[in-house]
Design a protein around this ligand. Structure first.
Ligand SMILES: [Zn+2]
Ligand SMILES: [Zn+2]
Length: 265
């Protein structure tokens, strides 16, 4: 199995050294891991209220640190990834920036709507004041725009809008159908992100129904624990692998220098 979504303390809300994450991956028998820490939002001229990413001057050091770890383990392949916020309007700037760095893959994620960090526990109360039907509509429009930007290899925690358990009354089936279609059309890889099991919603991202639709469409999938500490590496992966198998998936997508291939699991 592969875990493509590991953080480092550079983002200011994770702990443990990359070596400790690697040791945990070895202990859990993972074949491949990838670090995907939060891309510095300062480089996109965005300063959120709470610091949730590394600083702009740390990006080179981050890449260097992960590159230095490659070949360190006989058992686990190590990849250099990054998790980038999709912020509408920053596409050209981001495309320019990404050209300068040697990533194996880029995860696109949505954590912000307007200036609201809706994934941050400190701001979760704000869900109570929102029209949840409208909120989900806005969120999924962003998901589709993210995919269509063509900037990202993988979409991270695709339905993270459910993180705190706020759900709309409207039927989500049309969203799942359209999302699977857009992922396929834009050749964006889905991430089965297990972190949601430790969030109030207590579910993986994505919803089982979306996973099924993606499989039916032939959308590739990879796995990520979204670990913000070494013990979280590969969390719930046995359960996640079972889910993928019962859904029909036999292969996981892996990336090297932004080229995708499939491996059995
Ligand atoms: Zn984080
Ligand atoms: Zn994220």
């Amino acid at each position: 199995m592969v875990d493509y979504h590991l953080h480092t303390p550079r983002c200011c809300h994770a702990e443990g050294t990359p070596e400790e994450y690697l040791a945990e991956a070895e202990r859990k028998g993972l074949r491949e891991i990838g670090f995907a820490d939060h891309f510095p939002l300062g480089l996109l001229d965005y300063i959120p209220r709470a610091q949730v990413t590394m600083n702009s001057d740390e990006l080179e050091g981050y890449i260097g640190q992960i590159e230095a770890l490659k070949g360190y383990s006989a058992q686990v392949d190590i990849k250099t990834g990054i998790e980038v916020d999709y912020l509408p309007g920053t596409e050209d700037k981001l495309a320019d920036l990404l050209k300068d760095y040697r990533f194996d893959y880029v995860i696109g994620s949505i954590h912000f709507m307007e200036d609201w960090d809706f994934t941050h526990p400190v701001y979760a109360d704000s869900y109570r004041e929102r029209d949840l039907n409208k909120l989900y509509q806005t969120y999924f429009k962003l998901v589709w725009d993210l995919c269509r930007s063509g900037l990202f290899d993988i979409i991270g925690h695709i339905d993270v809008i459910k993180k705190f358990g706020y759900r709309p009354v409207s039927d989500l089936e049309p969203y799942w159908t359209e999302t699977a279609r857009v992922l396929k059309e834009t050749d964006t890889c889905l991430e089965l992100n297990t972190a949601g099991r430790d969030a109030p919603v207590n579910e993986f991202y994505p919803h089982k129904r979306l996973l099924e639709k993606c499989f039916q469409r032939g959308v590739p999938v990879t796995m990520g624990s979204d670990a913000h500490g070494p013990v979280q590496v590969g969390r719930y992966f046995k359960e996640a692998a079972e889910l993928l198998k019962t859904t029909g998936y036999k292969e996981l997508a892996v990336f090297e220098k932004r080229v995708k291939r499939s491996v059995s699991f």
